[in-house]
Design a protein around this ligand. Structure first.
Ligand code: NAP
Ligand code: MG
Length: 498
């Protein structure tokens, strides 16, 4: 599909001179600097966007503080619910535009973009629409200063944490922004968001949709720009009460340091290198497509990706053959072509980085079963790749590649502790899956795998109500579900006597 086949709403949006959304208005950068946005399926420029820095971050933080202390604090919980529900309706009403912008920005295939823009995002806002009226403190049978129960009452108030700074990655742009905006609105916080500079489009459109749904000016602010400028300024700003960061473990460490200045609260959703453990009794009709999807979903640019396959040696050849057949059959192409099954990587840099890991794997003794190269066509495509004969010390097994590279390891015994040790032999602990028909094995393994999420006979089972987040160096805190509200709230303990 060429750009001329896009809906008028998408074309209008692309042709704008994009700025920053501060205090409910679009403003340009004081510095006059900008950056280009590219379609990863063609490499072509599709939009241009103002690049903000500490100046725009400061303006946005002031707007967010004024809204937090002013109009937003007057909204009742029920009114915030209505707004969250309305955002979901408007996301659905703007489906075609969001769908096209998300594909052009990120490169994801049509069915996935349909699922994300038509289902995941509206359902998530609807889930959080239910929460504002259910955020409750507690009455506590305390006896401060030895007071008897009839002379004192103690209770807690749950209050919004304040102004939140959110920083998001490029790999799933709209859901990543949704994950920050929905809990912030549900709890009564305000927000300054810096989207990934590679994929800023749907974040900007969602901010407008929120305004249309009744979110007051200044509650949601977007500052576009590079991580080193706008992102670093946001993480360090003394007017920010909490940082909600999703991105790499390396940048997560920089965020923690930058946040130390005013000891802002920090949640981190970071990288992963998740294991997929397949026992010999597993249903291979489920395992083969499931393991292929676990790794190749979103071209492997997915924090939950099941990139380390541990398979029992009895079934190794059959499983690898099946996954390789799927990998070879996937039709590479631009996401806007509905027949494409596998999109491009986000950038030339990312494609070259992925190729470097495959080369390292081959050099270190891995066997390339399929893929491993970039097809000769425009855009940043890279074939789905399977490497066998891998072990835990090899470069592609140790590092988060963030591309479609499956590393296969085997085991030959039933020693669950040893298998789990291997599965856990990484600095990450985000997701993971176990494939077996034996309930006893499944229940033991889900306890032994040190990840924030473990699925059985499925991988990356995401739902708005299910807490999600990382153990070890995959993060701090949880998003999704009731737990996802906690980092946006603070508790005040109150005792009264008379
Ligand atoms: P990244 O390089 O860490 O960047 C994430 C965001 O941080 C971007 O907006 C980036 O800006 C910004 N940034 C970069 N340097 C910064 C700094 N010094 N201070 C403040 N902000 C800074 O990650 P990415 O390459 O975009 O995304 C891939 C990573 O995200 C992977 O590691 C993946 O596993 C992780 N991820 C985790 C989850 C999860 O839920 N756990 C979900 C999705 C992705 P610019 O890039 O615009 O310069
Ligand atoms: Mg980056």
């Amino acid at each position: 599909m060429s750009l001329t086949n896009l809906s008028p709403a998408t074309l209008d949006f692309l042709h704008r001179r994009h700025g920053h959304f501060i205090g409910g208005r679009w403003v340009q950068s004081a510095s006059g600097r900008s950056f280009d946005v590219h379609d990863p399926a063609s490499g072509e420029k599709i939009a241009s966007c103002a690049a903000g820095d500490a100046h725009e971050i400061d303006l946005a933080v002031k707007a967010a503080r004024a809204a937090f202390e002013g109009p937003w604090s007057k909204f009742t919980a029920a009114q915030r619910s209505v707004i969250l529900w309305k955002i979901a309706d408007l996301v659905q009403a703007n489906f075609q535009q969001l769908f096209e912008l998300e594909i052009l920005d990120n490169g994801l295939p049509t069915p996935l973009a349909q699922y994300v823009c038509g289902m995941v995002v509206p359902e998530f806002f609807r889930y959080y629409a239910g929460w504002p009226t259910k955020i409750e403190g507690a009455t506590i049978p305390a006896a401060p200063q030895g007071k008897p129960p009839n002379e004192v009452i103690s209770f807690t108030l749950r209050e919004p944490i304040g102004v939140v700074g959110a920083i998001t990655p490029w790999n799933s742009p709209l859901p990543m922004v949704m994950l920050k905006i929905a809990p912030a609105l549900a709890t009564g916080c305000t927000l300054v968001l810096k989207p990934a500079e590679l994929t800023p489009l749907t974040a900007m459109r969602l901010a407008e949709i929120c305004q249309e749904a009744g979110v007051p000016d200044g509650v949601i602010n977007i500052v576009n720009g590079y991580g080193a400028d706008a992102g670093a300024a946001l993480a360090a700003h003394p007017g920010i009460d909490k940082i909600a960061f999703t991105g790499s473990t390396e940048v997560g460490r920089a965020i923690v340091k930058a946040a130390a200045g005013n000891l802002k609260k920090v949640t981190l959703e970071l990288g992963g290198k998740s294991p997929v453990v397949v026992f010999p009794d597993a249903d291979l009709d489920q395992v083969i497509p499931g393991a292929a999807r676990a790794c190749f979903f979103l071209q492997g640019q997915n924090c939950m990706a099941g990139t380390r396959l541990f398979v029992h040696e009895k079934i190794h050849d059959k499983v690898v053959e099946g996954i390789a057949a799927i990998a070879k059959s996937m039709k590479l192409g631009p996401g806007l072509d509905p027949s494409s099954e596998f999109g491009p990587l986000i950038s030339a840099k990312q494609r070259d980085r992925v190729a470097g890991f495959v080369d390292a794997g081959k050099r270190e003794g891995g066997e390339l079963v399929c893929g491993g190269t970039s097809p000769n066509r425009p855009g940043y495509f890279f074939e789905p790749t399977v490497l066998t004969h891998m072990s835990s010390e090899m470069t592609p097994v140790k590092n988060e590649i963030f591309g479609p590279v499956l590393c296969v390891q085997t085991f030959g015994d039933n020693d669950l502790d040893r298998i789990a040790r291997e599965a856990n032999s990484t600095i990450y602990g985000l997701s993971g899956s176990v494939w077996t028909r034996d309930l006893g094995i499944a229940m033991q393994m889900v306890r032994k795998i040190d990840s924030g999420q473990v699925s059985v006979n499925m991988h990356a089972a995401i739902d708005p109500a299910m807490p999600f987040g990382g153990n070890k160096q995959s993060g701090w805190g949880r998003e999704f579900g009731k737990e996802g509200l906690e980092p946006y709230l603070k508790t005040k303990g109150i005792s009264m006597t008379w």
